[in-house]
Design a protein around this ligand. Structure first.
Ligand SMILES: [Zn+2]
Length: 150
């Protein structure tokens, strides 16, 4: 595809599957801060002021203490590989030129798990990784994690 990368998130996230345009995803009030951070190449977590715990988006109350005193905070961007899988079969034509690639869960220093793309080196359980941002196959800027040199 030759479309320009989309960096303006103010109108939502266009959802495409290959050549099919599905619609426009509108960030909810609970996730807007996360996507605003991505647009600025900043990984954000929700933080509970009451019990000092961090969360991935889509939380409106703390799952630990029930407080609604949540705020956005910038994540360290550092973590380790928690699990991963090699993708050899493209889920849609847009991914055909990218296989094989690696997806999985990163365990952030803050104790939060995120599903992500791994790049930049040999992926192994426990390998140290750091967040980076890249326009992926569907044309959206997304957080990915790069394996750091040992
Ligand atoms: Zn809490």
């Amino acid at each position: 595809m030759s479309e320009a990368p989309i960096t303006d998130w103010s109108r939502g996230l266009p959802l495409k599957a290959g050549d099919w345009f599905i619609g426009l995803y509108q960030p909810s009030p609970e996730t807007k801060g996360y996507w605003d951070g991505v647009a600025q190449r900043e990984l954000r977590l929700k933080h509970c002021r009451a019990c000092n715990r961090d969360f991935h988006p889509k939380r409106i109350v703390c799952t630990d203490c029930g407080s609604d005193a949540l705020e956005w905070k910038r994540a360290s961007g550092r973590g380790t590989v928690y699990s991963f899988s090699d993708v050899h079969r493209a889920p849609s034509p847009a991914f055909a030129g990218s296989t094989p690639y690696v997806v999985g869960l990163v365990h952030l220093e803050e104790g939060v798990h995120l599903f992500t793309r791994f790049e930049g080196g040999k992926v192994a359980i426990g390998a140290p990784v750091r967040v980076d941002f890249r326009v992926l196959e569907l044309g959206n800027l997304m957080p990915i994690f790069r394996v750091e040199a040992a």
